[in-house]
Design a binder for this molecule. Sequence first.
Ligand code: 5AD
Ligand code: SF4
Length: 446
Amino acid sequence: MKYFIKTFGCQMNVYDSKRIADILHNIGYTEAHTPKDADLIIFNTCHIREKAAEKVFSDLGRTKLIKDERTEKDLDTVIGLVGCVVQAEDGEIAKRAPYVDFAIGPLTYHRLPEILTKIGRERGTTIIDTDFPAEAKFDFLPENVSQGGCSFLAIQEGCDNFCTYCVVPYTRGAEYSRPIKDIVEEARRLVATGSLEINLLGQNVNSFHGEDENGKDRNLAYLLRQLAEIDGLKRIRYTTSYPSDVDDDLIACHRDLEMLMPYLHLPIQSGSDKVLKAMNREYTSKDYLTLIEKLRKANPKIGMSSDFIVGFPGETDEDFQATLDIVNEVKYIQAYSFKYSKRAGTPAAVYKNQVIEKIKEERLQILQDLLFSYQLKFNKESVGKIMPVLFDMKGRHKGQFLGRTPYMQNVHANLDDTYFNKIVDVKLIDATTNSLSGEIVAGKAK
Ligand code: 5AD
Ligand code: SF4
């Protein structure tokens, strides 16, 4: 039996898809190269913005055609949905896509084997599982191995912050932190099977408070120091952080741990205190700038990244200008920016002072032009420097590899296979906004 998984959305979904693949391998499935060859097609879905959620349903239409074509050849196809769209729209799925055989929320995909058995008995209905279970799915997943030179590792899930625009507290549930021991074991396994870099994931990763072996709650800084002891692990990152949960211990890690990469994604969302308040973000722009000052003191080389939302209800020209001011102050080396998208069930969706689409579009364009100018400037300043690059992706052409610098810049270079999934010193020779090219400096891979 063969499976095909298509992943939408964030890095947590990429991690979840890998774990779903682990479950399927465990029960005898192998990966199909295209959905046409798959007996089981799974979409791991994202609900964060309207566009992401709608894309799931439009792409599903194509899957139905594949199912029909396969039926003509007497081949059975099971179609499943996993992830945040299921959690948010469980009532809609059977109506909008009745050919979907099962739909599971992001917290219960460990039940996939039982559900597949059930489908064998009950064809023709959509089985839905959107429980917020008492048990943690992590305890029921098969052991995973490295996904290459760089692996994701989920340490925390869910969110208790309830930003007024965000669906995550409703789709991923309340905050849960995995026990320290389980995370360290998983990290050791990933390193033993080839990972040089681990990216710790959580919707609010720096509010991590996992139990140690004595039942004591430990923070992210404690966990980072434990992981830094693992032989063979060269790089650690963590994402995504909430500004008011960055504590002094964590800042000290950026001073002390060389393997903690000098790049931090710390979303501010808006530079206007009025908008931040309406978003229910628990910091002001001044708090945020003070935090960055402390981080830069701890590690002067740190490069910052952020998420921004433009056109949040009530955002005026002055509020938007405050966002541009923050960008000019922090000079982000990379950032993600979005137009505010109304999400049913969130408080901001029913705010009366919605911003019209045209203004959202104009603001997004202005913000992105500014963000890209800083990103390009940083990349251009990197030209001529030698940086360690972890090459873990193959490029389009033979011999071309793609990798990342400590600052998450994309680098492509022509190398031979021995450098794949290794860290190599590279001289950067050219830069655009999104990537750099480089050539290997004579020497050994690390
Ligand atoms: N509209 C637009 N952007 C959103 N984000 C979260 N919810 C919304 C929304 N309703 C953005 C935030 C968050 C990132 C993952 O997605 O910037 O940090
Ligand atoms: Fe999408 Fe957010 Fe869910 Fe990730 S957590 S899949 S970004 S809605």
